[in-house]
Every structure is written in C-alpha cells, then in structure tokens.
Design a protein around this ligand. Structure first.
Ligand code: NDP
Ligand code: MG
Length: 381
C-alpha cells in the first residue's frame, strides 16, 4: 500500500471518529483527511481540522458556524443537515468512514454510494433501516462497503477465501452487557448510570444503552443479514463475556472459524481502511495466557426482549426494521433523559411497530416518512 487514500470522516468527534483519526494519525503517508463533520462539538472539530488540514468541514449545529469559520479561515466550512449531506456526496475521496450515530447516518451512506465512493461503515443503523435498498445501490454504482462493527469485521475476515454456499451459519458474539447476570426482577430499577457502565467497550452513549438492552445484538443480526446476504435462520447469537472472539462462521463440514483480538475498535476501523492489509501497530496485543479462559452461554431472550423484537422485525421485513430502529433510538434518548424506565424501551418499540402502517417494499421516501412518524410517535407515547 503506497498510494495515499483520501478519506472523509462523518461523525469525526464521536467515539469511532476519534479512534479513526488515531489510526489515520499513525499512517500519515497512507491516509489524507479530506472532509470532517461534527454535530455539536465545534471545539473538537476545530482542533481536528487544525491537525489534519481537511479541504472542508461541516458542523451540524448551524449556530456554531461562525465560530468554526473564524477559527478555520483556510477551510471551507458548511453547516446543518445540508452541509453533512453535501460533504457525504462529494466524489473526490476514496473512502467515506460513516461514524455517525443513529438514523441520521442513513442518507449520508446513500449519498456516498451515489457518488461512487467506497464506504467504511460503522453506522449500522443505515443497513438496519435500508439494507435491501443500499445493497441495490452498491451493485448499481459498483461501490464496496467494508464493515467497521467488530462482529461484522470478524465475519468478513472469516469469510475471506470461502465459498458462500459452504456457510452453515454465522455466530455473532456479544458480551451480554452490564446486566447479563442481573435478575429480571431488578430491571425495573436500572438507572442511566448503571446502563452506561459497559464492562468491556468504551463507546458513545446510544450504542452503550443498546448494549445494555442488547438491542445492539439485534441490530447487528439485521446488519449481518444485509452485509452477508444470509437469512435470519442462518444467524445466531452467542454470549461471550470476555469480548475476545469477535464473531465466528460455521461451515457445512462442521469447521468453525473465529476472529480474535482485544476489544479495541481501532483494530476493525484500521482494517476497514487498510484492507486487504493488516498494518503494524504498537497498541496492546492479545495475550491469551493472560486472559486464561473464554466462556460462552446462550442469550436470555426473556430478559433481553429487544433481541427477539429484532429477529421478529427481520422476519416480518418491509417497514418493520425501520420502525424498530427509529423507535429504539428515540426510546433510548428518552431513557437517557430519565423520562422513561429501562423496561419501557422494548415496550415503546413494540407499540410503535404495532401502530405503524406496514409497507412491504419501502422506497427511500417511505423510509424517511416512517422515520418522522416513528420519532413523533415515541415522543408522544
Ligand atoms: P458517538 O455518539 O460517540 O458519535 C456520534 C458522532 O455523530 C459524533 O461525531 C456526533 O457529533 C455525530 N452526530 C450525532 N448526532 C448527529 C446528527 N443528528 N447528525 C449528524 N451527526 C451527528 O457514537 P459512536 O462513535 O459510539 O457510534 C457511531 C456509530 O458506530 C453508531 O452507529 C454505533 O452503533 C456504531 N458503532 C460504535 C462502536 C463504538 O465502539 N463506539 C462500535 C461498533 C459500532 P458531536 O459529537 O459533535 O455532537
Ligand atoms: Mg458491534
């Protein structure tokens, strides 16, 4: 790899975005940052732009436009939703890293594909909401999409060199989150602080709550369905509290391949940018003797209702995964604001799915309309 890749990082100020810039910083000859976006953290965006000298940046909060513009007189500065979509649609980059959180990340994924730009996708919500539609666009525009999510990076690596018809099933691993051993009777008292305290991974607030409800695993099953073109029956979840095995693939002859590593998102982020190479890094390396034992158990679907909701949404298809995703997101924000209880998250999602008007083959317009409807529904529920 000697040619410099031009990269845009959408959501540069988040957990994945900051980790991605750490990777880029360590290989300045390989990667050049062309575009950066932030939503609210203008100061961090300015700091990043001063370090990486992008051609343009966009700040979501238009009230902070002047501040960013003044701090970066040499840089093109955009703002608001349109600024983000504009940069997502520019075709003078090789790879767009989508590190945005939530349904806000879906349209930028679509814009980049339409611009013919390859995507390193961390924003799993894009595929949960519009996986079928996005797969069609990838084909049409001959664009590659590389997963960043650690489970999907693992499966991708396990599948390299294999024939799709030999796959028996994918096994998505999950840590089980902070409430794996908490009795179901105590779920009613779960506080925001407890739910934000993930045992293995340091992540943004929304995905941390998704990990606590285990909706994250459900969203990942839907993500895997579209990334690897397999039906839900061929995708299983196994709980692995140490988060060392990042996922597995079982083949028809009973052979199982797994990908291992320390739980550090820099590894799958770098691989999505450096594929097919595994580039040297001095960060802490896996020492299995030190870890000692790896354990596994079945997920508890009674305790973690969101997992079953996601499997059901995948089976029902059409508009249901859209509503599942958006309802979850809004319910998570209401929980973070201490407006609803932890247990109310799956209850509100179920209500929204039951109340919505089913669309069998949602087009982009239908998806955007459903997003708005679901946001309003959860806000008033
Ligand atoms: P964060 O909340 O840490 O970061 C989100 C980024 O998106 C920030 O740059 C934020 O800007 C920006 N943003 C937030 N809301 C909006 C919006 N409405 N419009 C435009 N930009 C917005 O999230 P994470 O980095 O944790 O997660 C990003 C994605 O990666 C999610 O889809 C998550 O599921 C996935 N993922 C994350 C992992 C992790 O370890 N964090 C692991 C695997 C997947 P600002 O901060 O300036 O407000
Ligand atoms: Mg994951």
């Amino acid at each position: 790899m000697s040619v410099t890749k031009n990269i845009s990082v959408l959501g540069a100020t988040g957990s994945i975005g900051v980790n991605a810039l750490n990777v880029v910083r360590s290989y300045p000859d390989l990667y050049r940052i062309k575009y950066l976006t932030a939503h609210s953290q203008a100061d961090l965006l300015i700091e990043q732009a001063l370090e990486f000298s992008p051609k343009a940046v966009s700040i979501g909060d238009a009230n902070q436009y002047e501040k960013v513009k003044q701090a970066l007189p040499e840089v093109e500065v955009l703002s608001g939703r349109n600024g983000l979509l504009e940069l997502a649609g520019r075709d003078d980059v090789d790879t767009m890293l989508n590190a945005l959180v939530g349904s806000a990340g879906m349209e930028p994924t679509i814009k980049s594909i339409q611009a013919g730009v390859d995507i390193a996708l961390s924003n799993k919500e894009s595929l949960v909401m519009a996986g079928d539609y996005i797969n069609g666009l990838l084909k049409k525009y001959e664009v590659d999409l590389y997963p960043v999510d650690s489970e999907h990076s693992a499966i991708w690596q396990c599948l390299l060199g294999e024939s799709p018809e030999d796959i028996k099933r994918l096994v998505v691993t999950g840590s089980g989150g902070p409430f794996r051993t908490l009795p179901i009777e105590s779920f009613i008292n779960i506080t925001v602080d407890q739910a934000l305290n993930h045992p293995n991974w340091a992540m943004g607030r929304k995905i941390t709550i998704d990990s606590a409800t285990m909706m994250n695993k459900g969203l990942e099953v839907i993500e895997a369905r579209w990334l690897f073109h397999l039906p839900a029956e061929k995708i299983d979840i196994v709980i692995h509290p140490q988060s060392i095995i990042h996922s597995m693939v079982e083949f028809l002859d009973g052979s199982v391949k797994a990908q291992l590593g320390l739980p550090d998102m820099k590894i799958p982020i770098q691989y999505a940018l450096s594929y097919p190479r595994h580039l040297k890094q001095d960060w802490e390396q896996l020492d299995l003797a030190k870890i000692g034992s790896l354990t596994f158990e079945a997920p508890d679907l009674k305790k973690f209702k969101c997992i079953q909701l996601a499997f059901d949404a995948l089976e029902e298809g059409g508009s249901v995964p859209v509503v599942l995703n958006v309802a979850n997101e809004e319910a998570v924000y209401r929980f973070l604001n201490e407006e609803i209880s932890f247990n109310a998250i799956p209850e509100l999602i179920t209500k929204a799915i039951d109340a919505h008007e089913f669309v069998e083959h949602p087009e982009l317009n239908d998806i955007l309309a459903l997003e708005q409807w679901t946001q309003a529904f959860i806000k008033r529920s």
